[in-house]
Each structure stands twice: as C-alpha cells, then as structure tokens.
Design a protein around this ligand. Sequence first.
Ligand SMILES: Nc1ncnc2c1ncn2[C@@H]1O[C@H](COP(=O)(O)OP(=O)(O)OP(=O)(O)O)[C@@H](O)[C@H]1O
Ligand SMILES: [Mg+2]
Length: 516
Amino acid sequence: MSDGVGQGDPIRVEMREITKRFGGVHALEGVTFKARAGEVHSLCGENGAGKSTLMKILAGAITDYQGQVVLNGKPVAFGGPKDAEDAGIRIIHQELNLVPDLSVASNIFLGREMTGRFGLVDDRAMEARARAMFDRLGAPIDPRARVGELRIGDQQMVEIAKALMFDAAILIMDEPTSAISDTEVARLFRVINDLRRAGTTVIYISHKMNEVFTLSDSVTVLRDGRFVATAPRTESDPARVVRWMVGREIAGLSFQPHKATGKAMLQVEGLSLPSRPRSGRPSLSGLNFEVHAGEIVGIAGLLGAGRTELLESLFGASPEPPQGTIRLDGVPVRFSRPDRAIVAGVALVTEDRKTLGLFDQMTVAENITLARLNSLTTGGLVDPRREGQAVAKAIVDLSIKTAGGRAAITSLSGGNQQKCIIARWLLTDPKLLLLDEPTRGIDVGAKAEIYTLIRRLADLGMAILMTSSELPELLTVSDRILVLCEGRLTAELPRSEATEETIMDAATRFLDRVTA
Ligand SMILES: Nc1ncnc2c1ncn2[C@@H]1O[C@H](COP(=O)(O)OP(=O)(O)OP(=O)(O)O)[C@@H](O)[C@H]1O
Ligand SMILES: [Mg+2]
C-alpha cells in the first residue's frame, strides 16, 4: 500500500507517534497521521477510537500529549486553540461550542469582531457577512436570531458557517452532518469541494460511510487508539473500512416489517403547533396518525420539516402547547411539562444531547438513572445496589465504553454519551418511546445493536416513534413511515411501499425543488 495520500501535493500536516492518556485510559497509542494540501481526508473509527482526541491535539484544544505535530515541515507545539487558529487551523467540534445567549452573527465573529470607523463593533457588517455565508450554504438562518432558540441542525449550520468564515489552511470537521439532513449535506459537500480546489486540507470525521466515500481522497482508520491504515479512496471500499474499524465482518441487518396488531397506543388528531417568529422553528398543521403497541413508526423529512417539533409536542416539551387531540392508550392527554409525560409513560430520547440530554457535572451512572429515580428509591433514598445493577446491565446491553458507572460522563466519547441517554429512557420502561435521531454519532457496529434493541422493545409491546435523517436507517427499522414537509403530513407509507424515492418525493412536496 502507498502512504495513501494523493501523490504530488505537499504534506501539510503530519502527526507522529502521538500518545495521549486520560488517567488509565489510553485514548491514543503512537498514532501517525498525514494529510496533504488540497485533499479531503476522512478519519474513521468506532466510538471511542480516539478520533476527536487526535483532532483536539491538532487544533490546540489538548496540549499535553506525547509525540510530534509537524505543520508544513516545521514542528509546532500549540499552547491553546488560539495558537492553532493563528497557524490556519479551524475545527468544528463534535459537541457544538456556541454561546446560546448571543446572536448567530455574534457567535460567528466571537473574538474576531468586525469593527467600523471608531473601533465600534459593526453589527450590520457582521450580519451581512453571515447572511452571505448562509446563502452559500443554502441555510435560511437569521443572523440576528439568538442561538439558543435555534434547533440543533441550525446550530450545526452556524458552527459550519463560523469555521468557514475565516480562511483556513486546515479545516477539521468532527461529525459536522450529524444533525443536518440530506439537502443540507449536499450543499455542504459542494462547499467542501470548493475548498479542496482552493488547496485547503479538510479532515472529515463521520460514521456515515456514504459521506466518507463521496467526499474523501483518502481514509485513515483508528481502532482502540491505534493507527490501523491509511488508504486512497480508490484502494478501499466501505466494507473494507468497516472491517478495519471493527476488526471483524458486520452482517447486514434486516427485520421483517410487522403488521400493526397491538392496540392504538398513540392517537393524534388535528395536531397543530404555531411557529414562533424568528425562532426558525417550523410549525405543524393538522396532523392525524396512530402508533400501535409493538409498532415502529419512522418519521422522515428534511431539516425544518417539523420532526423534532412533533416529538416535543407529544412530550410536553414544546414552547407553546399544541392544538388538537392526543390520546395515549385511549386516554386524552395534554402534557404541559415533560415530567407529566414521563409519569404517564412517555419517553423522549432527544437529538440535542448537550442542552437537553446530558448533565456534564454528573457521572455515567447518575446520567443513566436520572429519569427513573422514582422507581429506584425506597423511602426517598436511592437504593445503591439496585442502581448499580441497573447501570451495569445498561452498560453491557448497549456496549457503552466506559471505565464504569462512577466515571464522569464527560470522559466518554460522543457516541458513548449518546448510548447513555438511550439507556436512561429505556430504564423508565415507557409505553410510548419517542426517539429523535437515536443513532446520531453512533458507529456502524453499535448502530446495528441499537436497531436490534429497538426491535426487541417493540416486540415487548412498546409503541415507538422515531426520526432519522438517514433514510436507509428508517427503511431498516420502521414498520411504517410518515413523511413530513413543512409541518404537514405528506405521506404515510408501509415499509413495503417505502423507498428513498417515494420518501424524498413526499418530503419535498411543497418545496421549490433545488437541483444539486
Ligand atoms: N476528557 C476525557 N477524560 C477521560 N477520558 C477521555 C476524555 N476524552 C476522551 N476520553 C477517552 O478517550 C477515548 C477516545 O475518545 P474520543 O472522544 O477521541 O473518541 P472518538 O473516536 O471521537 O469517538 P466518537 O465516535 O464516539 O466520537 C475514549 O475511551 C474516551 O472515553
Ligand atoms: Mg468523537
């Protein structure tokens, strides 16, 4: 095998024998990584393989490590992120790093504000630049909106805009598309292709093999903190990369779609939700559908179609209460707050794990048992033995990679944090399980485990409603698929009739078609 990176172009960055330990955890062991100017280089590996850690070192966010970073032939040692930025390195972190209380434009220019004649911050100029960038990305985001009000997909677009606003020699994207859907991804890819032509080195981390193989010139694979291989795209294929990642073959999964035979667990009639001005959040109008016990219903739609809003409105988590009728197990319900929904037997695995899902100050065990503290307590005290057993079982069932229940949640890789949130809601044993992008950031092998788990829960009688922006995922797990476009239900397809084409057709029903 050659060194994998396209021949001819100069090596822009070389990381030599990088080793990084967190306490007893060997996050990286003698990893070597090289990327050339003007190439898109994907970095692949299972959850916890060390991808983010390696890139945090390159971006100056981790400064204590062994080994050497060589930039354009010269060794560098960054004292912090600012040094890396000055050297032309920009990173989009996996866990978004925005300030919720500031506007979109202020976030994009944070620390690099544009100033006008008297040295005053020039908001108008920054807004105009931001707007131009969103046009280029095809994202209708208002630069004056408060970031905290945007949905997670839009926040991800803000992070992307922020990284693109300043010319970078090396642009690192750590799972930039985990919360955005196919149309946005297509636009982003065009921008990435422009950058490559202009000579930028793009380092791209993703669990989505189709993205890796559409975009990259080269692929590097890590496994358990070690370097496995670097190969040009032309000398590798998705199956081979997955084999490098997991060290074994993964069987393709297929489930037979189930006919709804259980009772209607969720019945929705005329569900509507007004949209709040400037929030960029879509409204919902006049939705009618049912989900039966034992059934998995998928929700498809583009970014902004209203998928998250639908799940939140069923969980008592929307800013305004929805209109219409919602029946749970035959009983009309109107949840004003999530805790009411939880008591009634509804669980929501949220797509936004940073603000709604995880508690940074807590341990893995505390994060997992949080939602069912009631059922674990005896006389107001947590029963540590039962809590310990429940957590140990969850760690095994979902193969969560952690030193144990007492480890800090922030010590887990992104994908393993996501598994903790899923574990939390499974422990509440809900009647209706709402899953919003449940496999966001989860690696191929673990995805298959999660699909199997979801199927098993449905077989036990749970009613499951789940969104995903990955159509193959919906087509694998759902018994039936609902398609939303601009807050309206445009199709309801049994799995046997659902294909990527029929879904996309319904998902763009009311939109001016954009040709890619
Ligand atoms: N701050 C930290 N403290 C302790 N351990 C950490 C810390 N950050 C990462 N680790 C550990 O280092 C290993 C590599 O983590 P890293 O985040 O680099 O994985 P990753 O490849 O990015 O995974 P994912 O696909 O889930 O994002 C994991 O075992 C993780 O638990
Ligand atoms: Mg990561």
